[in-house]
Write a protein that binds this ligand. Structure first.
Ligand code: SIN
Ligand code: FE2
Length: 201
């Protein structure tokens, strides 16, 4: 395992063993059955290229009418499934303070998908980090600062990498420019799953 520090983003390469990753993929199958992936729509009315769902007390959702927000229900009206213990274990290893995340957002990146530069700022208390887990195909992660338009640096994130976005990086712009589709065998049909755990309220 190696650790990189880029603009306050703490990047733990190979934090999860192949065995850990397989256990998480297994747990995610149950989550996805209870809370199927859906495609959020931005407040300006554009469908996002990434599909999403969540586990935990809240899920992150967006549609044209109500915009970006946390919601206690999946768009189907069902409550979100619980965050699997295999995923909470990663939080316990990286976050010392005694509180569990309220939300594990699950993003699925298929071929040709990306995520534009954005800040994670729908949470109430920015003293808690956002913890990101990469699974599957490699993705080019771009990191900036707290203002749009400053310089950025990029690193490739691979399956098993964990990024802690806390401190100076908590409100920093970040996004995914592109995937190396098919670079990993974790998912038989290719693609990437990113998990982000967040304390919401
Ligand atoms: C996100 O910013 O929500 C996702 C970042 C990633 O996919 O690595
Ligand atoms: Fe984000």
């Amino acid at each position: 395992m190696t650790r990189l520090d880029v603009r306050g983003f703490r990047i733990f390469k190979d934090d999860l063993s192949p065995k850990d990753q397989a256990a998480i993929v297994d747990a995610l199958r149950h989550v996805l059955r209870a809370a199927p992936l859906f495609r959020p729509v931005t407040p300006s009315g554009k469908p996002m290229s990434v599909r999403m769902t969540s586990a935990g007390k809240y899920g992150w959702v967006s549609d044209k009418k109500n915009g970006y927000r946390y919601d206690p229900q999946h768009p189907s009206g069902a409550p979100w499934p619980e965050i699997p213990n295999s995923i909470l274990d990663i939080w316990h290893r990286h976050v010392e303070r005694e509180r569990l995340p309220d939300c594990c957002l699950i993003n699925y990146y298929g071929e040709g998908t990306r995520m534009g530069l954005h800040q994670d700022k729908d949470e109430a208390d920015f003293s808690w980090p956002v913890l990101s887990v990469s699974l599957g195909d490699d993705a080019l992660f771009r990191m900036g600062g707290p203002a749009r338009g400053g310089g950025t640096e990029s690193v490739w994130l691979s399956s098993g990498d964990v990024v802690v976005m806390g401190g100076d990086a908590r409100l920093a712009y970040h996004g995914i420019d592109r995937l190396r589709f098919g670079s990993s065998r974790l998912f038989p049909k290719g693609g990437r799953v990113n998990l982000t755990m967040r304390v919401v309220d």
